[in-house]
Design a protein around this ligand. Structure first.
Ligand code: AMP
Length: 271
């Protein structure tokens, strides 16, 4: 496995191998959810590159970038074991040249939900994902359904800017009790960790009721989470692609809920 720390090394490593590349963008602190993206990447392309970059521009002003978990040695060991071919570890200066003035602003699916809760988040995310795609030139880019809104923002950007690649969404990997895996789960206290699976449970229960036409289940689900000790940022049924008002097309139930200082994101399809 090659580890590239500057753009020259990255380009040399990409050029050294024939065949297509699949890109797995991450912010590190890797868990089985990230590794599912690497596994899916291997199915799509002979060469797999994972990037690890804790992107400062996608943290909103009130969020603590310094608290974001980092485990470079552990991450490299996991990627090596998973047969990853190349790891791209750019510095902040390599990503954002001094004096930079260019950002990617996707409207539409980035409005509302995480976009409203975290001002500037999707602008920072889209900018860095666009840069990663231009740096690597992959044929495939892998994203988790866990961050459903992010996946739709990336799909919109790739379509609008004609990035010559396929965006692949990978189903959410969960703990045995249903909690969606996340780098932030490690900050849950034992009591919060015991409560946390109630979020996924409530999403599934609500999705079944909504699919059966019981629209009041949405308010009931939100109330159940609040009664269960969650601070609910949103619990909403949306159009799966546009994130707009649900209509005839497939819909998705999205939730963001807080336990103590930890924000949990999860979503399920409503069929
Ligand atoms: P992050 O490092 O949290 O920015 O996540 C990097 C990628 O991994 C994103 O595409 C996430 O959606 C994806 N991801 C994170 N957690 C999971 C999970 N539990 N299951 C599937 N994909 C995930």
């Amino acid at each position: 496995m090659i580890v590239a720390q500057d753009l020259g090394a990255l380009r040399a490593a990409i050029a050294s191998r024939p065949g297509a590349w699949a890109l797995v963008p991450t912010m590190g602190a890797l868990h089985a959810g990230h590794m599912a993206l690497v596994t899916e990447a291997h199915r799509r392309a002979p060469n797999v590159v994972a990037s690890i970059f804790v992107n400062p521009t996608q943290f909103a002003a009130n969020e603590d970038l310094a608290r974001y978990p980092r485990d470079e040695a552990g991450d490299l060991a996991k990627l090596e074991a998973a047969g990853c071919d190349l790891v791209w570890l750019p510095s902040v200066a390599a990503m954002y040249p001094p004096g930079d003035r260019t950002f990617i602003d996707v409207s539409g699916p980035s409005a509302g939900y995480e976009g409203a809760m975290r001002p500037g988040h999707f602008r920072g995310m889209a900018t860095v994902v666009g840069k990663l795609m231009l740096q690597v030139g992959p044929s495939f880019a892998m994203f988790g359904e866990k961050d459903w809104q992010q996946l739709q923002v990336v799909r919109r950007m790739v379509a609008d800017l004609h990035f010559p690649l396929e965006v692949v969404g990978v189903p959410t990997v969960r703990e045995p009790d249903g909690l969606a895996m996340s780098s932030r789960n490690r900050f849950l206290s034992p009591a919060e960790r015991a409560q946390a699976p109630y979020l996924a449970e409530t999403l599934w229960r609500t999705a079944v009721a909504l699919a059966g036409g019981r629209m009041e289940a949405l308010a009931e689900g939100q109330a159940a989470l609040q009664d269960g000790g969650f601070g609910v940022d949103y619990f909403a049924l949306v159009d799966s692609t546009s994130l707009g008002v649900p209509g005839d097309r497939p819909t998705r139930l999205l939730a963001a809920a807080r336990l103590g200082s930890v924000r949990l994101l999860d979503n399920v399809p409503v069929e």
